[in-house]
Design a protein around this ligand. Structure first.
Ligand SMILES: C[S@@+](CC[C@H](N)C(=O)[O-])C[C@H]1O[C@@H](n2cnc3c(N)ncnc32)[C@H](O)[C@@H]1O
Length: 283
């Protein structure tokens, strides 16, 4: 908790000013009010129960307040040169990334997505440190070195295999990945793979998700309240995981070898598929 409290102490008043700028953008990007969000959740639940509909997707801001603030503060602290942002959607997390780069007066961000509403939504002054690449992230080009990798993209096992193999070795600094410490009923192939990867490599990590450590989450909530930070996005799940990429020499598991590493991830994937199948049969 301490490093997070220290960061909030250092950036608390700056965050209040950033929120003043960000709140109008949130609503411009279609961010729901609490009332709209409650209706959205009812519709989502009903569609899942009645029609076994897996998910309701809509282009709208999909990153929660606390995880955005932590993302912003980590970028302010680490001052990365090259930021890669997979799955920028409407651009909500991206504006926070770009605001941090602007405040640092340093760095450039490349965002990737199949869709392009972010181009319209992101203010011109923030676009000076930004390039957008439209298309499938898995089939795009990347720089050889990445200082900060932010991912909120395709939540599948195969996508996670791809980026752990192709992008992780290029990262020299920090990583954040959304939708990892989800509520128990929300299951994604990506989160299984990333949790296995973190465990396999014994990588220190944390998440502000209440499903990761409820006490830690509540402490942050209290701390934010004392600082007078607003509650904007009605979703409070904050499922993002944060970690610093360990140096290759510090990997202490037998999965050092990239081939064994990929095999580990595939084994975990197959194991989980098997248990999913068994679960379906028993229902
Ligand atoms: C949850 S949204 C991103 C939300 C956004 N980061 C925010 O803060 O609001 C996920 C995005 O990933 C994009 N996406 C999914 N699969 C993709 C792929 N294979 N390549 C590129 N983008 C992809 C979707 O188009 C969607 O915009």
């Amino acid at each position: 908790m301490d490093p997070i409290v220290n960061m909030y102490e250092k950036y608390g008043s700056e965050l209040r000013e950033v929120w003043d700028e960000m709140q109008p953008l949130y609503y411009k990007m279609g961010g729901p009010t609490r009332w709209q969000w409650n209706w959205y959740r009812v519709a989502h639940f009903a569609l899942r129960k009645i029609a076994n509909y897996p998910t309701v997707t809509r282009n709208r801001p999909a990153t929660c307040d606390i995880e955005l603030e932590i993302l912003y503060m980590r970028l302010r602290e680490t001052k990365p040169k090259m930021v890669i942002d997979l799955g920028c959607g409407v651009g909500w997390a991206t504006v926070w990334i770009l605001k941090a780069l602007k405040m640092n007066d340093k760095g450039h961000c490349f965002s990737y997505d199949l869709i392009d509403p972010a181009i319209e939504n992101i203010p011109m002054d923030l676009q000076r440190r930004w390039d957008f690449v439209q298309g499938c992230a898995e089939h795009s080009d990347y720089p050889p070195e990445i200082d900060y990798l932010h991912i909120d993209c395709e939540h599948t096992q195969s996508f996670a295999y791809w980026y752990t193999e192709e992008l992780f070795p290029r990262v020299k600094g920090h990583v954040s990945i959304h939708d990892i410490f989800n509520r128990p009923e929300v299951h994604t192939g990506e989160s299984d793979i990333i949790k296995a990867w973190l465990k396999g490599f014994k990588v220190d990590h944390f998440s502000p998700s209440p499903f990761y450590d409820a006490g830690f989450y509540l402490d942050i909530v209290k701390y934010r309240k004392a600082l007078g930070l607003p509650n904007v996005h009605p979703d409070k799940d904050n499922m993002m995981v944060f970690f610093e990429m360990p140096k290759k020499e510090s990997y202490t598991t037998p999965y050092n070898d990239p081939k064994k590493h990929v095999q580990l991830l595939k084994d975990v994937g197959e194991m989980l598929n098997e248990s999913d199948k068994k679960e379906k049969v028993s229902k």
